[in-house]
Design a protein around this ligand. Structure first.
Ligand SMILES: NC(=O)c1ccc[n+]([C@@H]2O[C@H](COP(=O)([O-])OP(=O)(O)OC[C@H]3O[C@@H](n4cnc5c(N)ncnc54)[C@H](OP(=O)(O)O)[C@@H]3O)[C@@H](O)[C@H]2O)c1
Length: 291
């Protein structure tokens, strides 16, 4: 039986990956920060030496994009040094690494979807540390890693845009949402399934992108959420990002191309609208059931 070690087991991706791995008959060592602090290289080495996983799914990250601007060393510890330690331990003990990265490694000023080999150019601390993590993983484990860049991930249980919109729909009559940032909304359940497929296959090492198909602005995504939960989408109005100054610059246009993913023989992602409809239908069913 194959053994996977999952870091960040209570984050969005970790939470959704665990049941899929169990259903696939994979033996899982699930670790939250309390069991494995990715920022502690000795803990990383000890955990991998003990369990000798066939695959590590690194679902842990420092994901607080704005906080990272004033804490780049803290973000670097989790986003670069952590995965570097995992890759180095796997180089010693065997096993492959599935490492998750982000569209923030790009400058976000594109007009065509970013391919896996497009020039990188992060504009903030989070993106810089994630890029450094990608490079460290590839260096330490050249033939046994996958870096999978994704974007605009929603589905919970941690904070995410879609949950925020469903909450604001209950709390406010109208709201304004930025219409000048374009990206690839991605349901975490689809991402988790995709990573399990990748980890069970024999795709050569390297960098891939996985996002749901299509593109949207945050405003378009918010309107789609309202429509799907039966609220009037006109209650959401568009605004420029200048109206919401944030410490970290957001990518203006950072749609990711999944051409390499499909070319590798992996299942093509479905349109983001279909994934969002299923995500919100699941939530309605859960609410109706009193959970
Ligand atoms: N969310 C997005 O929109 C998005 C977009 C592009 C890429 N990504 C990437 O996708 C991956 C998964 O993101 P996500 O949305 O699932 O993130 P998330 O919900 O914020 O989960 C991150 C997890 O990492 C854990 N963590 C933080 N520091 C740790 C440490 N020192 N040791 C061990 N665990 C630690 C967190 O634990 P605590 O609960 O203890 O803090 C949390 O469980 C990340 O690599 C992220 O960079 C996410």
């Amino acid at each position: 039986m194959s053994t996977w070690l999952v870091t960040g087991a209570n984050g969005q991706l970790g939470t959704h990956a665990l049941p899929l791995l169990a259903a696939a008959g994979i033996d899982v060592v699930a670790t939250t920060r309390a069991e494995l602090d990715l920022g502690d290289p000795e803990q990383v080495e000890a955990m991998i030496a003990e369990h000798r996983p066939d695959v590590v799914l690194n679902a842990a990250a420092y994901t607080a994009v704005d906080a990272a601007e004033d804490d780049e060393a803290g973000a670097d510890r989790i986003n670069r040094a952590g995965p570097a330690a995992v890759a180095e331990a796997l180089a010693r003990h065997g096993g492959r690494l599935l490492h998750v990265s982000t569209d923030y490694v790009f400058a976000g000023d594109a007009s065509e979807p970013y391919e896996v080999d497009a020039p990188v150019g992060p504009t903030g601390a989070y993106g810089r540390t994630k890029l450094a993590g990608e490079q460290a993983v590839a260096r330490a484990l050249p033939d046994r890693h996958h870096v999978v860049r994704t974007a605009w991930v929603y589905g919970g249980p941690t904070a995410n845009f879609v949950d925020t919109m469903t909450r604001l729909e209950r709390e406010r009559e109208t709201l304004t949402v930025v219409n000048d940032q374009i990206g690839s909304p991605t349901w975490v359940a689809d991402l988790a399934g995709a990573l399990v497929e990748l980890g069970r296959g024999d795709v050569p090492a390297g960098t891939l992108h996985y996002v749901n198909a299509g593109q949207a602005s945050w405003f378009e995504l918010a309107r789609a959420v309202f429509r799907l939960i039966g609220a009037d989408p006109e209650r959401v109005q568009p605004v420029d990002s200048a109206a919401f100054p944030r410490p970290a610059k957001r990518p203006g246009w950072s749609v990711l191309s999944t051409r390499a993913w499909v070319a590798a023989g992996l299942t093509a992602p479905r349109p983001w609208q279909d994934a969002l409809a299923e995500a919100l239908a699941g939530r309605r069913a859960a609410t109706a059931g009193g959970r």
